[in-house]
Design a protein around this ligand. Structure first.
Ligand SMILES: N[C@@H](CCC(=O)N[C@@H](CS)C(=O)NCC(=O)O)C(=O)O
Length: 216
């Protein structure tokens, strides 16, 4: 049974959503945020202190986009993934990693220096510069999508989870209404997916850990 360590709406939401899209059984371990401070025993399981942590037998992974790729390659297939022999294979991998490395990273600066730090340690200039940077990157992605319904391959894939989470984070942080309009419509399509709604429900219900008992 796969175990996923998760905090509500954190990047571990990507693998949670992927597990639901694929239909794999999993055990969800909900943690308070940030676990590094609020659940110190977690450091014994994951010395980084970050979430996600996915454990699948001998496999332990802590990168949300890489976990989606792993789950897709090991437990799923096209159409949820893009096969190596498909023309969109490169675009798929690019979007999968772009969602974390390019779209999410600047938002974490906004979150940290705009609200998570105690008031005396906040850096409003950094928060506003990185918000502008994140929005500029979203506009660039909007141009790359060129009105397509999904990030690549003309269908929903796990890459949409990676990009979609970055759009969700913008709303969580409080600038969702500044996200480019076509990406907001794209986000609305993603957020209406039954697997997305199940992932939201699982994190709301499964505290502490409960086995979903679902099978593929
Ligand atoms: N690049 C990693 C980042 C993981 C990460 O930094 N997660 C954040 C939550 S979204 C975290 O655990 N922060 C708490 C901390 O650093 O103590 C990923 O995509 O999973």
């Amino acid at each position: 049974m796969i175990t996923l360590y998760h905090c509500t709406d954190a990047r571990s939401f990507r693998p949670l959503w992927a597990l639901e899209e694929i239909g794999l059984p999993y055990r969800l371990e909900m943690l308070p945020f940030p676990p590094r401070f609020l659940k110190r025993e977690y450091l014994a399981i994951n010395p980084l202190g970050t979430i996600p942590l996915l454990i699948d037998g001998e496999t332990r992974m802590t990168e949300s986009a890489a976990i989606c790729q792993y789950l897709g390659d090991r437990y799923s297939a096209p159409p949820l993934t893009v096969g190596r022999d498909e023309p969109a294979y490169g675009a798929y991998l690019n979007a999968l990693h772009f969602g974390e490395a390019t779209l999410t990273f600047p938002q974490t600066i906004v979150l940290r220096y705009g609200s998570l730090e105690p008031p005396e340690k906040r850096l409003p200039q950094a928060a506003s510069d990185y918000k502008r940077w994140a929005l500029a990157r979203m506009r660039a992605f909007e141009t790359l999508m060129a009105g397509a319904e999904y990030a690549c391959a003309r269908r929903f894939t796990l890459a949409d989870i990676s990009i979609g989470y970055a759009l969700m984070l913008a709303s969580v942080i409080g600038f969702g209404d500044e996200v480019p309009e076509s990406l907001r419509r794209y986000w609305d399509r993603l957020a209406a997916r039954p697997a997305f709604l199940r992932a939201k429900q699982a994190q709301a219900e499964q505290s502490p850990a409960v086995d979903t008992g679902r099978s593929a």
